[in-house]
Ligand binder design. Structure first.
Ligand SMILES: [Zn+2]
Ligand SMILES: [Zn+2]
Length: 157
């Protein structure tokens, strides 16, 4: 995916590729790909907003996926551990993270008003590499969360 394209699209634009990449990452880690796990990845991939464990649990129940709340929490913790999702929303919601999909990292823009999240690939910037070099650190990826207002909400504040 080109940078240009990524910038103009919400998180949902490459939902399938996110789910596929995430499944692959879990497989490589020799983790089981259960139906609830797959469904959680699909939800995170499709959502343009941060999703709390409760949001996810309720959507899965509506779709008749057999899952309990504890395993939703466990799955989210697992995804966070593998860098596939993390907390970024205003209500403690999770967003998908797609490091390595087409860049060295991701930039998430989280709207303070509506909880919408936009993600774009983010290459390692000179600021990061220079700062890292000063500490003798060898960076592999970067990950930035910006808080502010989305294009719709910016007009209202
Ligand atoms: Zn991220
Ligand atoms: Zn907004």
């Amino acid at each position: 995916m080109s940078r240009q394209h990524a910038q103009s699209q919400p998180v949902a634009s490459d939902a399938d590729s996110y789910a596929e990449l995430a499944v692959e990452a879990l497989r490589r880690a020799r983790l089981r790909i259960t139906r609830p796990r797959r469904s959680i990845l699909a939800l995170l991939g499709q959502s343009t907003e941060a999703l709390t464990a409760t949001d996810i649990y309720e959507s899965l129940r509506k779709r008749r996926v057999a899952v309990d709340q504890a395993s939703v929490y466990r799955t989210l913790a697992l995804l966070e551990e593998y860098g596939l999702a993390h907390k970024a929303g205003n209500r403690g919601g999770y967003v998908r993270c797609q490091r390595g999909a087409g860049g060295d990292g991701q930039l998430h823009m989280v709207c303070r008003r509506c909880d919408r999240v936009l993600a774009v690939d983010l290459p390692l910037t000179p600021v990061c590499t220079t700062e890292a070099a000063e500490h003798g650190f060898v960076p592999e990826s970067c990950h930035v969360v910006l808080r502010g207002y989305c294009s719709r909400c910016a007009q209202l504040v």
